[in-house]
Design a protein around this ligand. Structure first.
Ligand code: 13P
Length: 248
């Protein structure tokens, strides 16, 4: 189980009802024994969750939402979706703290969202990462520490959390951290989590401009357990190519 690699497709606000069918190729691919270590998770827009859940039912592909509200109870939150509603549609995962949402939510709200999701037995894909300005100001560690320690407040068990390191400046830009920098930051995250949550198992993945061209380079980072993939996950072929290059 620990040998599994995660390939998480974050469709953001892309895709429509017709594009669900394009995933049939990935569903077929996921049944190939050679790639059984690949845990594929699709995170489409909310409106496609049910359709995805149905179409992937007979495969090992899992479904996740891209966000949730922090309230554990139904309430007057127009336009919001709770972890409970996400779970009820057949999803197993939820992305929380994505950098494209971080300007609308604090670390404390993110903490509440994680608590709410874990209570519903959803697995959490928790995003962390520094902006370009923070990187240039050499405060990446400080930012990561704040994001992680606040988000994990009052959370004892972290085995259902996947930590997704996504430097904000690498998202959608085609830029990647160099290997030394990535190694350093992943090590820092690893040490920070294992110091506070001793002996627990957790996973760290990377996101930001991952594609089939650069994935082999990223695989040199030893502690990575997979990738959170945006634009390269929209076309089945590109997504499958990433998985094929990662697992041999
Ligand atoms: P891109 O792969 O398009 O850079 O997006 C990364 C991302 O934000 C995944 O959550």
């Amino acid at each position: 189980m620990t040998n599994n690699m995660f390939f998480i497709a974050n469709w953001k606000m892309f895709g429509d009802i017709r594009s669900v069918n394009s995933t049939k190729k990935v569903i077929k691919f996921s049944k190939n024994k050679k790639y059984k270590r690949a845990q594929i998770i699709y995170c489409p827009p909310y409106t496609l969750l049910e359709k995805f859940s149905k179409i992937t039912k007979k495969s090992k592909i899992k479904i996740g939402a891209q966000n949730c509200h922090y309230s554990q109870r139904p309430g007057p939150f127009t336009g919001s979706i709770s972890a409970n509603l996400i779970k009820s549609i057949g999803a197993n995962y939820v992305i929380i703290g994505h950098s494209e949402n971080r300007s609308f939510e604090s670390d404390l709200i993110i903490n509440k969202k994680i608590i709410s999701a874990l209570k519903e037995n959803l697995k959490v894909i928790f995003c962390i990462g520094e902006t370009y300005k923070e990187k240039k100001n050499n405060i990446t560690f400080r930012v990561l520490k704040r994001q992680i320690s606040t988000a994990l407040k009052n959370i004892k068990k972290i085995n259902n959390i996947i930590f997704a390191y996504e430097p904000r400046w690498a998202i959608g830009t085609g830029k990647l951290p160099n290997l030394a920098e990535l190694n350093k930051n992943i090590n820092y995250i690893n040490n920070l989590i294992s110091e506070t949550k001793k002996k627990q198992t957790y996973k760290i993945i990377y996101g930001g401009s991952v594609n089939s061209e650069n994935v082999s380079e990223l695989l040199k980072i030893k502690d990575l357990k997979g990738f959170l993939i945006g634009s390269a996950s929209l076309k089945s072929k590109n997504f499958i190519d990433i998985i094929k290059k990662s697992i041999n």
